[in-house]
Every structure is written in structure tokens, then in C-alpha cells.
Write a protein that binds this ligand. Structure first.
Ligand SMILES: Nc1ncnc2c1ncn2[C@@H]1O[C@H](COP(=O)(O)OP(=O)(O)OP(=O)(O)O)[C@@H](O)[C@H]1O
Ligand SMILES: [Mg+2]
Length: 313
């Protein structure tokens, strides 16, 4: 398999304070393999090391130990070759404050080696794509958070990167703007095959966008896989709520395969199962055989948020 990101045994310690004596170990032997062409989520609580990892991958920070290969190249020896083919957009972006949106894009376009008509066309396209035309002449310091984020994403697409790092791209955005940004990320991946490594605290967003996710906590990788794999690994299961009429032989139902727990309340029950898709038909057959009439069925699926909470508890 071709990997866009190959990280092995990565360590990063920050030194700060007086005489740089205060040390904080942010990454403690991280391994991460991201296949080309995927949208991969990097999830974890505040301070877990997500931004540090993305900063090392974008060559903004140097690690003290470990191997980092980006697009098949060693980051230490091929930084220049990698640089033109990757980009990073942060939800907490900082640009040249006194320059306008267009001036900022022109500045970065120049750094990426764009010039003349090609540069003009690229910038116009990005201003259109992110609906930034009305803000083209507004200085960065006057922009709202959402508009700053759109500028950050526009900047990240200037060089048509093969690999894009997105650090909380929708943080603090209105739901409709966040939705549009997610659509753009998905299109970028679907239309251009861009590999995307994204951090987010929005587990719904991760579940919508990411094929696979890696959980990092306190500088160490805790788990990786599809959201479904992780739910299974943690035995999170689903809950089926049933409102019914009749006497339910709980003991028999309790012994059925895949049923973890049953909670009764008047003429309704909550049944925790390993997987509702497999177990609901089974349960419905059981109710029918017992001649119990069901009035209402409600399914509550566990999600990545439950995975996150279980890991961080
Ligand atoms: N420049 C720095 N100097 C000292 N410590 C730092 C520095 N940058 C990050 N850290 C520390 O390294 C750890 C990892 O920080 P990092 O920003 O990578 O976390 P994160 O997972 O991105 O968190 P968040 O979800 O809050 O963005 C934290 O304990 C943080 O305080
Ligand atoms: Mg961060």
C-alpha cells in the first residue's frame, strides 16, 4: 500500500520557561500510517499532541527522535520537495494582519511559485469557491473567525496539495458554514484524490468525513480504525427502546445472543445490544412469538462521541 504519511516512534519534547528548563513531552513514541487518498481523522482531547504532530508533518517543528516520511520522502532530507506538495490549514490561523484577503493570498501564491495569469486565476477561483469576493479588500484583522478560516483554507489550496493537513478546520463556525466547509473537504478528496489528515473535536464531523481515525492521548496512540471498528472494540453497542403491551418474559430475552442488558420501565424497555442491525429483527421475532404488541421502536446508535468519552474517562 502507498502511504502519504509514515510516522514511526516519533518523540517531541518542548522546553520552555527560565533557561528552558521546563520540559513537556508532547509526543511519546507515536506511530501513524495514513494511506494515500484517504481522509484520516486524528482525534483526542486538548493537549493530546494533535497540533504538534501536524506541525512536525508540515515541517514547522523538528522532532528529536523518530522517522517521518511524507509522500514517500524523508522529511529531514527532502523537506523542499515535500513542501510544494503539502499544505496546512488551521482553524486558529494567523495571517499578516494589516494585509487584505487578496494581498495575503497573493503573498502565499508568490511563496508557492505562482505568478502572472496562473496566479490571478487561482486566486479568483479560490475567492469564488470560498465566497470571499466581498472580503477581498478587507484587512485580515477585520475579518470574523469564519472568514479567517475560509482564507486559511483558500491559502492551503493555492498549491493544489497532494496531502492536506487540517487542524480543526470548522472550529467556531456557524453550522451552515461548517457544513459547507465539510462538503468542500469531501469534494477535494473525491474530485482530486487529495489525502487529508484532519483534527477535530467534533465527533460527528469525524464520523461523516473520515474513513478511519486515530485516537491520540497524552502523546501516545490509543487506538485506530474505522469508527465502527472502534465501537466494536470498546463493546459500545446500541440501545433499542421498545414501548409495548403485554407481559415480557425478560429472563428468556436476556439470554438471547447479543443482548447485554435490559432495563424495564412500566410498559417499555431499553435493551442494550451489541449491534442493533443484527439484533432488532431477532427481538421483533421474539415479541411476535410472545404475541406482544409493540407501539413504538426507537434506536439509539453509539457513535464516535461515545468512543471519545470512553477513551478519555
Ligand atoms: N510551544 C510549546 N511550548 C511548550 N509546550 C507546548 C508547546 N506547544 C504545545 N505544547 C504542549 O504540548 C502538548 C500538546 O499540545 P498540542 O497543541 O499538540 O495539543 P492538541 O492535541 O493540539 O490540543 P488541542 O486539542 O487543545 O488543540 C500540550 O501539553 C501543550 O501544552
Ligand atoms: Mg491543537
Amino acid at each position: 500500500m502507498d502511504y502519504a504519511v509514515e510516522v514511526k516512534n516519533l518523540h517531541k519534547t518542548f522546553s520552555s520557561g527560565l533557561f528552558r528548563k521546563r520540559r513537556k513531552s508532547a509526543l511519546k513514541g507515536v506511530d501513524l500510517m495514513v494511506p494515500k487518498g484517504t481522509i484520516w481523522g486524528l482525534l483526542g482531547p486538548n493537549g493530546a499532541g494533535k497540533t504538534t504532530l501536524l506541525s512536525i508533518l508540515s515541517n514547522l517543528l523538528t522532532p528529536e527522535k523518530g522517522d517521518v516520511r511524507v509522500l514517500g520522502m524523508d522529511i529531514r532530507t527532502h523537506a523542499k520537495d515535500i513542501c510544494g506538495r503539502i499544505n496546512l490549514s488551521s482553524g486558529h490561523a494567523n495571517f499578516l494582519w494589516s494585509m487584505t484577503v487578496r494581498e495575503n493570498l497573493e503573498y502565499y501564491a508568490m511563496l508557492y511559485g505562482l505568478s502572472g495569469e496562473k496566479k490571478r486565476r487561482k486566486i479568483e477561483n479560490l475567492l469564488d469557491l470560498f465566497r470571499l469576493q466581498d472580503f477581498a479588500k478587507v484587512r485580515f484583522e477585520e475579518l470574523s473567525t469564519g472568514t479567517k478560516q475560509k482564507l486559511s483554507l483558500s491559502k492551503a489550496l493555492l498549491n493544489d496539495p497532494d496531502l492536506l493537513f487540517l487542524d480543526e478546520p470548522t472550529v467556531g463556525l456557524d453550522p451552515d458554514v461548517a457544513h459547507r466547509i465539510r462538503d468542500m473537504i469531501q469534494h477535494l478528496h473525491d474530485d482530486q484524490g487529495t489525502t487529508i489528515l484532519i483534527t477535530t473535536h467534533n465527533m460527528k464531523e469525524a464520523e461523516i468525513l473520515c474513513e478511519k481515525v486515530t485516537f491520540i492521548m497524552d502523546g501516545r496512540i490509543r487506538a485506530k480504525g474505522t469508527p465502527r471498528d472502534l465501537k466494536k472494540e470498546l463493546h459500545l453497542g446500541d440501545t433499542i427502546h421498545l414501548a409495548f403491551q403485554g407481559a415480557l418474559p425478560i429472563a428468556t430475552l436476556q439470554n438471547m445472543e447479543g443482548i447485554d442488558h435490559i432495563e424495564m420501565k412500566d410498559s417499555s424497555c431499553r435493551i442494550r445490544v451489541d449491534n442493533h442491525r443484527e439484533r432488532l429483527p431477532q427481538i421483533l421475532d421474539f415479541f411476535t412469538a410472545q404475541r406482544i404488541i409493540i407501539h413504538n421502536i426507537n434506536i439509539q446508535e453509539s457513535d464516535l462521541e461515545d468512543v471519545f468519552i470512553t477513551f478519555t474517562k
